[in-house]
Design a protein around this ligand. Sequence first.
Ligand code: KG4
Ligand code: ZN
Length: 348
Amino acid sequence: MIVLGIESSCDETAAAIVEDGQQVRSSVVYSQIAAHRPYGGVVPEIASRAHVDVIAHTIQSALDEAQVHWSDIDQIAVTRGPGLASSLLVGATAAQALAARTGIPLYAINHLDGHVYSVFLSPEAPTPDQACPLVVLLVTGGHTMLVRVDSLSHFHLLGQTLDDAVGEALDKGATLLGLGYPGGPEIEKAAATGRPDPQLFPRGLQGSRGTVSGGLPRDRCFSFSGLKTALLYWLRDQPNLPAEADLADVAASYQEAAFAALLDRLERTVKDEGVMYMACVGGVAKNRRLRAQLETVADRLGVQLLVAPMPYCTDNAAMIAGIAGARTLAGIPLQGLEDIQPSAPLGA
Ligand code: KG4
Ligand code: ZN
């Protein structure tokens, strides 16, 4: 089962060939970070133009690297959403044109489902059958979620952020601190030599009870907007931007407060759900401090930890091709691509 995956939901143009759902034969990612850096964030107009410029070449490179011909490909899988409409349209249109030209069946995949599946792209990973049920912490620039995975076709949202995503909080914090873009890796670098002060920043929603609208329990939800505001107020009280040594301490404190909230909710949820596997996926899962802290939590709970391999944490097409292939092999019907869905929820 050879699947060509195409992903263009935000600012990376990506194509991949994945065999039998787990074997990545190629994964090509064209990152637009340099184009957006001067603006300190993703500019949708620039993103969609850049996708148009490089998508054909990116897809061809994925085939070439995998040494695969069009006649070898069983399926094309493309991201339907969530994401920027003008970016999603480029990948969807390219996929539709290729499917019409080659006669290869085309299926639509949810970007969040793809991120969740990325833990299974490691050669050492168990199969989904072995690992389910598992609790997944999904941490990206656009989403922060706790997901229970019962099978490849049953993903349940257990909790999510009520405002900013954790990646967004790191990106905004880095901007306030005068660090580069994207902010997650910059804060990680700055924090490496710092000493976190646990009193400096709030851990959003700590100790809260009840449910939020939509019925999710508050103690499984996240809030990061207060963290960003606390940094803004702290900086206002500083006469100048902090000196380098202080900057390391502030970055470490900010990162630690963000991660403490993630780990607190994850630990409680894994315990309550009684699962034997917990996982972490998405761009923020690249962070080595977070990975180390996840290991500590897993050891304390006596559960297995799965973390997405580094190249498949940030946006990529291997996760899109992988889940399409795995679901097909498990006999789960895929949906065709009727339209893009910029606000698609998990599992849709
Ligand atoms: O998964 P992703 O590529 O895109 C979305 O689907 O949103 O995640 C991008 C996010 C950005 O917020 C970026 O700052 C963060 O992942 N990120 C990191 C690291 N590398 C990327 N955050 C913390 N530490 C990192 N090393
Ligand atoms: Zn993503």
